[in-house]
Design a protein around this ligand. Sequence first.
Ligand SMILES: [Fe+2]
Length: 431
Amino acid sequence: MTLATEPHATAPLPHWEEAPADLSAAIREIKPALRARIEASGRTVEEVFAAVEQRIEARIREIEDDREQGEEVWPVLDYDAIAGGTVTPSQMAKLKKRGCLVVRGHFPREQALAWDADIVDYVERNKFFENYRGPGDDFFGSVGSKPEIYPIYWSHAQMQARQSDRMATVQSFLNSFWKHTSDDGTQWFDPDRDAMYPDRIRRRPPGANSSGLGTHCDPGTLDLWMTQEYQKAFRHLFDGTAEQYDPWDAAHRTTGPQYPGSTMCSAFRTFQGWTALSDMDADQGVLHTVPIPEIMAYLLLRPLLPDVPEDSMCGVRTNQVFPVTKRWHPTLYRVLTPIPDVKAGDSVRWHCDMIHSVAPVENQKGWGNVMYIPAAPWCARNERYAAQVREAFVTGSSPSDFPAEHYERTWTDRFTIDDLNETGRRGLDLG
Ligand SMILES: [Fe+2]
């Protein structure tokens, strides 16, 4: 007697709460299990993927149409409209569809330029360039003996921006696009409390040549298919109901583990982002995105198609960023879109799942300076990481997500515990 397919529908997926020792073996195990679960819905993997492809293709066409009509693909909002609650419904809809945003005048221009000068002061006073030991990782290219990425976390400029009301206002606004509380009342994150994820600074000087950064995304690697919480977060992709997948649903995204790696982000970020500390033109080696927030549907199902080797997830491994490549995802390159020109004080934000890259540049015109500050709302995962952040803050260490360079431990004029305001104290869980 042949068993009906129903048992597959409830068969648990194999899962690995720590990175599997044998990645290829784990991939060979998870792929047939995912296919079986999808096919238990009565549709083939090819049918489900075709539906996803159609959904993505519709988004691609809309972006191409905007571009042809000379419309800005990236949504752009004035900070004052966000703070004053005057963003229009159509602007809100565009932001939700594109998953990214430029905030004009997030900070006054003079404030941003003063912060940039403060950072220079801070690193020069502490003889950073004399003591610079070279890049702590190879994630970003470096130019000459002076770094492009400063592994600096605790300057007054960065901390002032992180704990400012203007930052909190934008973070709450962006967090509100997410469904942070499930219908059963489970709250996955607090949209009005940020965990102050500390990140670095980029200062790329005039005349710089940079090879940029290839297309990738940052929310995880093989864990996106292999841990129980991500399997729940992406449940609609893995059970044949991909049409119901909502990239703005935070359920199960803020609780699970993440496979370690030199480029990992321990925190859950609703949006990645940075604030410009110099003016930057769109053709000077800037950030690009594929402005489609539901792209995980495409990226997570693509490896299940039969043309991908059985021990491959389209090149995704642990301990390196999730690569997006012309080999496996050529159609997405049609809409890889640069940010518009930005001015010092503007901020750039993009949904944490979105594909992005940094374009190469030769003989850069002007500076290319940014402070990386995401929206990382308070949740179980960020609370765990906050304990390590607090320790790093107090001792002036590099946070544990980053190379253990610790330049600032002996520096004078770090931002201290006495400089924290209420937002800063809440972010670091200091009561
Ligand atoms: Fe990235």
